[in-house]
Design a protein around this ligand. Structure first.
Ligand SMILES: NC(=O)C1=CN([C@@H]2O[C@H](COP(=O)(O)OP(=O)(O)OC[C@H]3O[C@@H](n4cnc5c(N)ncnc54)[C@H](OP(=O)(O)O)[C@@H]3O)[C@@H](O)[C@H]2O)C=CC1
Ligand SMILES: O=C(O)CCC(=O)C(=O)O
Length: 475
């Protein structure tokens, strides 16, 4: 049994088996499902630890974060295999994700040592002004299943670097990566109560956190849960940060390099089985390149190797579970019912092991008001929308309730620059996939995709710290 970590002690609970989506006969292990009481205990432990940790020396925080980074990097193959086994992304993708988590901890080890604050003169003679940063307090971190180690890393590392204590609730589908990460941080020397892990259901553990004595909550997941966290946090005047869905457009113009565009769309739409909030799910293509682009993308999809996440040569792993697969199939049926043409894919595939395998699906003849062009599917399904020219492409790209990422493939500096300026998204790419971003740059979106300060990079301090202005009359 893999327990929860509360106040520095591993605590058992009801054992829940963790199932491999590439092979449902493979049980990765038993993980404790925590209770509402565990969440309450974890919050109390984090609150008690905050008294001391908030004043901990930057060098102590640096040491814990660096040690965590080093162990993650040294064990990235082993932890990558574990992650691939529980989430279903390919071994290469999962190993890269563990490496990314290591780099994130390394970056925030540096942030812990970076001087922040400003000093200056008051408008009143003889008085000095100092602006300093203090930790936000006890923070609750609620994370999704699609990046089981990178997303927890980019919340826990800045939280610790800036002197906060943490209650971390991972998604129920991926406890193994969360457990391994917290075990590493614990052994790296985080004092008791500074990082608490409470695995367990959102409706009990998560709900208790949302209603509990937390100073801040950072959440990544669905729009519905995010909206509920926003309401509950506003009631309590508590700071919150939300990363939710996307319906990210990739514009392909006539002058695009065809290979670049196809590679960017194949990666953006389908890698990680399309289960990325940054996935390109709307491919907005101008008339002159449309048919060539569709034919080339269809061929590329036909050549993709869909299979067990741990097999050599697999390019697309399984969908994460039966309910996500059912949801993908419902969207595919809706796409057809609303008049889109299924060019290729969408069918469930059987392999040697019992897993949730699905061939990536490409729809053409879509309009931007169809369900498959408006709602986040979170699976390997993309909709091609044909447009006349760049102006129409830009209008369609921005016509969405979301605003996380957007991309354009073009050789035109004029159109690329205009798109960069006018795209209503938090992150824009040119001749690159919309997914797969750096670890040291701000991450977040606009409109229905995100709320609150950006995550990652130095910008993370806006959420994990609060500013104090001091006036000093030294005379
Ligand atoms: N932007 C992104 O990165 C992601 C977006 N999504 C979107 O969300 C959809 C559904 O995915 P799903 O995993 O169900 O997303 P959820 O929002 O349900 O889950 C995200 C996290 O919130 C927790 N949670 C669920 N309900 C509550 C609650 N009432 N109070 C507090 N915490 C709660 C979950 O716990 P538990 O796992 O125990 O339910 C999980 O840890 C996807 O199809 C996709 O559209 C999903 C994942 C990532
Ligand atoms: O595309 C990326 O690099 C990150 C995507 C992500 O964070 C997500 O899908 O939740």
């Amino acid at each position: 049994m893999h327990g929860n970590l509360i106040a520095g002690e591993w605590v058992n609970g009801t054992a829940v088996p963790n199932i491999n989506p590439s092979d449902t006969s493979d049980v990765i292990g038993d993980f404790a499902s925590g209770t509402a009481q565990d969440a309450t205990d974890a919050i109390a432990a984090a609150r008690a630890a905050f008294d001391t940790w908030q004043f901990s020396a930057p060098l102590e925080r640096h040491a814990i974060l660096s040690k965590t980074a080093a162990e993650l990097m040294a064990r990235r193959d082993e932890l990558g295999a574990l992650l691939a086994r529980e989430e279903g992304k390919t071994r290469a993708e999962a190993t890269a994700e563990v490496g990314r988590a290591a780099q994130i901890f390394d970056f925030f080890a540096g942030e812990a040592l970076r001087l922040t604050g400003e000093a200056g003169a008051s408008t009143r003679p003889g008085i000095e002004v100092a602006v300093t940063r203090e930790p936000a307090g006890v923070v609750g971190l609620i994370t999704p299943w699609n990046f089981p180690i990178a997303i927890p890393a980019w919340k826990i590392a800045p939280a610790l670097a800036h002197g906060n204590t943490v209650v971390f609730k991972p998604a129920s589908l991926v406890p193994a990566s969360a457990h391994a990460l917290v075990d590493i941080i614990h052994r790296a020397g985080a004092p008791a109560g500074v990082v608490n892990l409470v695995m367990g259901p959102g409706r009990s553990v998560g709900q208790t956190m949302i209603e509990g004595d937390l100073d801040a909550i950072s959440f990544t997941g669905s729009t519905g849960t995010g909206a509920m966290i926003a309401m509950e946090s506003a009631k309590r005047q508590r700071r919150f940060q939300l990363e939710m869905g996307g319906k990210n457009p990739m514009v392909v113009l006539d002058d695009a390099d065809l290979d670049t565009a196809v590679r960017a769309c194949l990666d953006g739409a389908y890698f990680s089985t399309g289960q990325r909030c940054t996935a390109s799910s709307r491919l907005i293509v101008t008339e002159g390149i449309h048919d060539r682009f569709v034919a080339a993308l269809r061929d590329a999809i036909a050549g993709l190797n869909v299979g067990h996440a741990l097999n050599d040569g697999t390019q697309i792993g399984p969908v994460v579970d039966q309910s996500q697969l059912d949801s993908n199939l419902e969207y595919i049926a809706k796409g057809e019912a609303e008049g889109a043409a299924r060019e290729i894919g969408g069918e469930v595939l059987s392999r040697e092991t019992a897993g949730f395998f699905q061939r990536p699906a490409l729809f053409t003849g879509c309009t931007n008001d169809m369900t498959i062009a408006r709602e986040e599917i979170f699976g390997p399904v993309a909709a091609v929308i044909r447009v006349r020219d760049y102006d129409e492409a830009l209008r369609v790209a921005n016509d969405t309730p979301f605003g996380l990422t957007s991309g354009i493939c073009t050789a035109s500096l004029k159109h690329a620059s205009d798109f960069r300026r006018k795209s209503q998204a938090g992150m824009v790419t040119v001749n690159l996939p919309t997914a797969g971003v750096d670890f040291h740059t701000p991450f977040g979106g606009r409109k229905g995709s995100s709320f609150g300060p950006r995550e990652q990079g130095a910008y993370a301090r806006e959420f994990y710290s609060t500013v104090k202005t001091a006036y000093i009359n030294a005379g």
